[in-house]
Write a protein that binds this ligand. Structure first.
Ligand code: DHB
Length: 302
């Protein structure tokens, strides 16, 4: 019997597949559907202090090898989202609350409120590629990553994971800063900053011009980041970027990930993707003499 049960800090996941932030995770109903599809845990949409509409359309375009989006952090704000979380109290999988803030006081206030609303862990979004004053502007500064992580760690008792951007010259040094700040895990990677131009209109397709690229095309970038972080950081890594199959998930585990997140894959392969990935992982592990996913983590480091 192959076991896919995995631990992330104090969380126990029945399997290592987690819904990535930003996909079907703004309301309780769709989050329940994702869990029904077999996800081992869920990350919520990134939530800020106040309700925010996001950028005008177009915000999302499908390209040949992935998707490009710039939503602009649309979210209902922490107060309204707290009510949404009430009806998730009875689900038996971990809910990881994603938060974004402009500074230490916003991050700590949001972290406390998420914890009060019952989330089991936090994901600090320090990697949105295009939101001015948020995201990668913070996540590219090791000192800020460390102080914000430390302040949040001090403010809550639930585990905190820090989500990092591939749009950095040195993701490893930022991962180390998060670890030094007391993070319980690193999430790598967020989307890759990119653009699509409509040559007939002779202008960028997205209203925001620049967006974040996701899907199969970014998997090798995510694998490289996870591999490099694993060599220098001791806390668990959650791998994300272009995972569509069980073999993609295994590749991330071999690079050093303890769990994986799936975002665009839900669009390409629907809700059954979580169960399908787990079945494929089990089959592969069985055929290769592995009985526990902890035996696979990091094996590509030889
Ligand atoms: C958005 C995009 C991101 O990559 C992210 O981390 C958070 C928010 C967005 O456009 O809403």
């Amino acid at each position: 019997m192959v076991s896919l049960t995995t631990n992330l800090a104090s969380l126990t996941l029945s399997n290592p597949t987690i819904l990535a932030s930003g996909i079907m995770d703004e309301d309780a109903g769709s989050m329940k559907r994702i869990l029904h599809g077999g996800a081992g845990a869920i990350v919520t949409k990134s939530i800020g202090m106040k309700p925010q509409e996001g950028y005008p359309n177009p915000t999302l375009v499908e390209l040949e090898h992935g998707m490009l989006n710039a939503m602009g952090l649309p979210n209902p704000g922490i107060e309204a989202f707290g009510e949404e979380l009430q009806s998730l109290k009875k689900v038996n999988a971990p809910i990881i609350g994603s938060i974004f803030g402009a500074d230490i006081s916003e991050f700590t206030a949001l972290a406390k409120k998420m914890q009060d609303h019952g989330t089991h862990a936090l994901e600090l979004n320090m990697s949105c590629p295009h939101a001015k004053g948020y995201g990668v502007e913070i996540g590219s500064d090791a000192a800020r990553v460390k102080t914000i992580t430390a302040a949040v760690k001090n403010a809550v008792t639930i585990p905190i994971f820090v989500k990092l951007s591939p749009n950095l010259t040195d993701i490893v040094s930022i991962a180390k800063a998060a670890e030094q700040g007391g993070a319980d895990g690193i999430v790598a990677i967020n989307t890759v900053k990119a653009m699509k131009i409509d040559i007939e209109l002779q202008m960028p397709v997205l209203a925001n011009k620049r967006g974040g690229y996701s899907g199969s095309a970014i998997k090798p970038i995510g694998i490289r980041c996870v591999y490099d972080i694993f060599e220098q950081v001791d806390i668990p890594i959650i791998g994300v970027g272009g995972i569509l199959t069980g073999k993609d998930a295994l590749e991330y585990l071999m690079a050093g990930a303890t769990a994986v997140q799936i975002g665009s894959g839900v669009y390409y392969h629907e809700l059954t993707i979580f169960n399908n990935i787990c079945q494929e992982m089990k089959q592969w592990m069985n055929a290769h003499g592995y009985s526990n996913i902890h035996e696979v983590i990091g094996v590509a480091h030889q």
